[in-house]
Design a protein. Structure first.
Length: 176
């Protein structure tokens, strides 16, 4: 009689334990799309010459004086839907005195570089973009877009010395 009683107790205990051997099936439905979120940089904007002009060194009378504001337009085409904006990073050698500015470089190999001046980069709202630094996000619409920037010579030391005032910089675009 005792054996039957223990058997029923074991059955009772097993009935209140969780069902570890039972599996439940489920379904996960995944939806979405993949698109190329970018723009094409027009061939006219892939290698941009900017003639800053010729300026007298005496036109820079104080550190921070600027001359020669020139427009630089980067034309984008075939921008896909889904892009909200783009950031840009202009890269190059920074000026040793004002590291926000692009340094002059001997692009001709002939020496005779100007001194005490760097190249300032501004966006269309006249906000300075430091060289080698990610910009704020600029709005991009589907289709064609133009990103406008401005370049100026800025005095970093006085006196500014005369000479070749050329440089090279690159740009990288990132889309959001």
């Amino acid at each position: 009689m005792m054996k039957i009683h223990y058997a029923w107790m074991i059955v009772g205990l097993l009935s209140i334990l969780p069902d570890v051997g039972i599996a439940h099936d489920g379904t996960v439905n995944i939806t979405g799309s993949i698109y190329a979120s970018s723009c094409d940089v027009d061939s006219s904007s892939q290698s941009l010459p900017v003639d800053m002009g010729d300026f007298s060194s005496s036109g820079f009378s104080a550190v921070g004086d600027v001359q020669g504001k020139k427009k630089l337009s980067i034309n984008l085409s075939n921008c896909t839907t889904g892009i909200e904006g783009a950031t840009i990073t202009f890269t190059g050698d920074s000026d040793s005195t004002n590291t926000a500015l692009l340094a002059l470089s001997d692009t001709s190999g002939g020496g005779g570089m100007a001194g005490g001046v760097g190249i300032e980069i501004l966006d269309k709202d006249s906000a300075q973009l430091a060289i080698n630094t990610l910009s704020k996000q600029y709005a991009i619409a589907a289709g064609n877009n133009e990103l406008d920037f401005y370049l100026s010579y800025m005095a970093t030391k006085i006196p500014v010395t005369a000479g070749n005032a050329s440089s090279v910089m690159y740009f990288d675009l990132s889309y959001q």
